[in-house]
Design a protein around this ligand. Structure first.
Ligand SMILES: Nc1ncnc2c1ncn2[C@@H]1O[C@H](COP(=O)(O)OP(=O)(O)O)[C@@H](O)[C@H]1O
Ligand SMILES: [Mg+2]
Length: 303
């Protein structure tokens, strides 16, 4: 059974905004799926549809075979959700919050506490277990939110911008936890983020969203071959022969190549024509490069 299926899933908000536009996609169990796109692309709306917080305007979706808007409590029993603004109680301590959310999912206090302590340990929050949430930093809150989402051992995690507002070290922490969960527990992860660079480090497959539409999906290799973009070689050269590359402001050049085997000849050509080479490196197109190629947009996504 698929962990998630979406069939021509669409959502039009009351004001007429089509936030999700005929998205069809399925996720196998155990995948770490990156659902990517800039703000406004329709990611959060999709997560809400998958959790039964919103009903589809057209099309359908299911999570482990269950229709979320008809059986939200059944979907919630199988899933953990981390959103940008986690709802937890400021006046309760870390462990008290986890015990409370354990009870919401029907766990007894002893079991919630045991699971809660394990999760706090894994997320490096043990020292703060008796500290009230009000005194937690953003990074600590986000990690506690992840612990809360995991308290009932869900089979799928929906993570909506889980590292937004985190410093790089806390973001790394959250990423290692996601990797570990998928490797050790086979948990399926649906990760929404506009930080394409981060996603590239942890996901097994990607869906690229733009203005509500799924414009491409696949592994990084599949997406790279889809845009037919090969390698790029990056060079820093003074006095670059003008027939080899256009002049740039800071003497750096990016040229397309088919494979690394072309580099020695290129270097010889440049040096032979009087160019002075300071730096050479090759790179494959990143998810950002792929996204911008497919959407025709050049500007950077906010990081
Ligand atoms: N409750 C709402 N009512 C009307 N429009 C909304 C609502 N929520 C989101 N939108 C609009 O739907 C589009 C998709 O939003 P969202 O799903 O939040 O995207 P993302 O999570 O990718 O940033 C945006 O244009 C947003 O302004
Ligand atoms: Mg969002």
């Amino acid at each position: 059974m698929n962990a998630v299926t979406m069939n021509s899933l669409s959502k039009i908000y009351a004001g007429g905004k089509k936030a999700v536009d005929s998205v069809s996609l399925s996720l196998s169990q155990g995948e770490v799926f990156g659902f990517l796109g800039p703000n406004g692309a329709g990611k959060t709306t999709t997560v809400k549809l998958l959790n039964g917080m919103l009903s589809p305007t057209e099309g359908s979706t299911s999570v482990f075979g269950i229709e979320p808007s008809q059986n939200p409590e059944k979907v919630h029993a199988l899933s953990g959700v981390v959103t940008e603004h986690a709802q937890m109680y400021d006046s309760l301590t870390g462990i008290q919050n986890l015990i409370f959310y354990g009870s919401v999912f029907g766990l007894g206090e002893t079991e919630s506490k045991k699971r809660g302590m394990e999760l706090l340990e894994q997320l490096e929050l043990s020292d703060a277990k008796d500290t009230k949430l009000a005194a937690y930093s953003t990074g600590m809150r986000q990690r506690l939110s992840l612990a809360r989402a995991l308290i009932h051992q869900p089979q799928i995690l929906f993570l909506d911008e889980p590292t937004s507002g985190l410093d790089p070290e806390s973001a790394q922490n959250v990423h290692s936890m996601i990797r570990r969960l998928s490797a050790e527990k086979g948990i399926t992860v649906f990760l929404c983020t506009h930080q394409l660079r981060y996603a590239q480090e942890i996901c097994t497959r990607y869906g690229l969203m733009a203005e509500g539409r799924l414009i491409a999906e696949g592994t990084l290799e599949a997406l790279r071959s889809r845009i037919h973009a090969g390698m790029q070689v990056k060079l820093k050269v003074k006095n670059m022969p003008p027939d080899l590359a256009r002049r740039t402001d800071d003497d750096t050049y990016e040229l397309p190549i088919r494979s690394e085997d072309e580099i020695p000849q290129l270097v010889q050509q440049i040096a032979g024509a009087g160019g002075q080479i300071y730096h050479v490196s090759s790179k494959l197109p990143s998810l950002e490069d792929i996204y911008f190629t497919l959407t025709g947009k050049k500007e950077e996504l906010p990081q």
